[in-house]
Structure formats: structure tokens, C-alpha cells
Design a protein. Sequence first.
Length: 311
Amino acid sequence: TAALFASTALAALPAAAETVGFAQIGSESGWRAAETTVTRQEAEKRGHDLKFADAQQKQENQIKAVKTFIAQGVDAILLAPVVATGWDQVLQEAKEAEIPVVLLDRQVDSSEDLYLTAVGSDLEHEGRVAGEWLVQQVGDRTCNVVELQGTTGSSPAIKRKAGFEAGIAGHDNITITRSQTADFTRTKGKEVMESFLKAEGGDEICALYAHNDDMAVGAIQAIKEAGKKPGTDILVVSIDAVPDIFQAMAAGEANATVELTPNMAGPAFDALEAYWKNGTVPPKFIQTESKLYTQADDPQAIYESKKDLGY
Ligand code: GZL
């Protein structure tokens, strides 16, 4: 009985504090800042020691951070890969050091045996939802769309573009007339939208599709400075569901967003804790929900509910 009691007691003990390295992209958007906030909160709540590295959106800095975590002998690495290619070598080094890697919010082209699992949304579906929303908004009306792409070579930029095109496929009245990266930032979103407005003239543009809300918020500023009404003269649809897009919606200056949860760390830590404790191997992709929000969804109330979550 004593032995049984001892083993049961031991099994019930919380896992020793694990050390986790987090190679974050940077703080290019409100959503990214929220993901960092939530990851720190989740680590704290679960008693893990989080080592944080901000790569200022540069892949070489992320690779350096992962190598440092390997040298420090961390128990796991969280990586939000800024672009999809160029990870094989450093992921191979982590594998050889027997350190599990969990990808957050973006994916890589590397073989899936080089990481434990990837936590993220269906990026192509997000783009498709945005395209389908525009289709039902414009009906048969001719609609020239301008597109602000995310970071070139990132899985969200590639897949959100493809998804949107699939969403509008078969509706020849809707055409993407200009498409350029604005690197997921507000500043560049404003700059590139200004160039679109100069090139096309505001009257020609029926809608803006931005791969994230931050670029849309920057573009909204440019549209207003050009004397046009965002949300009516130019429809605005984007992705992330950050507080500021709901503020814009409440002002009638944005129309729709597809929600991306900033809590990728919860599912990531759940998978790691099962792996550390019982050797449980998770599925290679753990999908988070995507939900469309429009002006009909009480944007002011949603803004209030999200504004203190670390965006
Ligand atoms: C998408 C994520 C994107 C967000 C942007 O999964 O990687 O990165 O949509 C962020 O806000 O820059």
C-alpha cells in the first residue's frame, strides 16, 4: 500500500519547472503583441520559465535565438517562423539535441519530422472567408479590389492571398487590380495604400483586402486623407480581429474581419506537457478557430472586451 501511495503521490506532483525558449518574430502588429502577452501569461500560469527573443522580423535573428536556446539546453522551443523557408538546418540541430520545437501561428516548408507540432489557424480558409464576404457584399456590381499582402514569403501571406482568390473565383465582376506587401504593419499599410490611391484614383477602388487588421488601419488613414470614406466608398475587409479594427467598424470605417486567436501558447503548452510527462506525440497540426465579424456584431462591445488583452 505504501509503495502504491508513494507512486500515486509522485505522479500527482506538478512537472518540474520546464525552461522554454520562445523565438518570437517581433512586435510588427497588435496581434503579435497580444500573442506575446498571452504566451508569457500561459507560461507563468503553468510554472514554466520562458526565455524570450524578439527577432525584429529578421529570420537570421530567429535562427540565432533558436541556436542559443539549443546551447542553453532548454526543454522546448516555441518558434513563430517569420517566413516559410530556410529552417531545415536549425530544426535539424534542435532535433539532434532532442529539444522539441512547436511552431506558433505560421508554418514552415521543412519536413514535419523536424518539429513536434504546429499550432495555428487555417490561413487559406481565412482568406477564403474574406473573399466570400466581399462576394456577397457586392453582388453583380463591378468591384476593383486592392490587396495589402503580409510579409513576403510568410505562410499567412501566401495562403491568405490564395484563399481570397479562391473566395472570389467565378465572380468576374470582382478583380484584384493591385497587390503589394506592406509587411503586416500599419505604417507600411498607410504608405502602400497612398500609392494605390495615387495610381488608381480613389473612385476606381471598390474594396481593400488586407492580410491583417494593422495594415487595414494604416490604409484607412490614407483613404481618409485622400478625401474618401473607408467602409462606404471603399469597403475594408481584413484578418486578426484586433481591438482597433472593431473601433474602426464602430465608426463605420471598416466592414469585416476574420478572427485569429492570440492564444497559440495554450494548445502548444498542452501538447508539450503531455509530451514531457507521458511521451504523447501530438498531431502535426493543431488548428485554432477562425470567425467572421462584421458591423452587425456590436463592434463597440467587442472592442471593450478586447482592449485590455495586451494588443
Ligand atoms: C498569422 C500571423 C500574422 C498576423 C499578423 O497567423 O502570423 O502575423 O495575422 C502578424 O498580424 O504579423
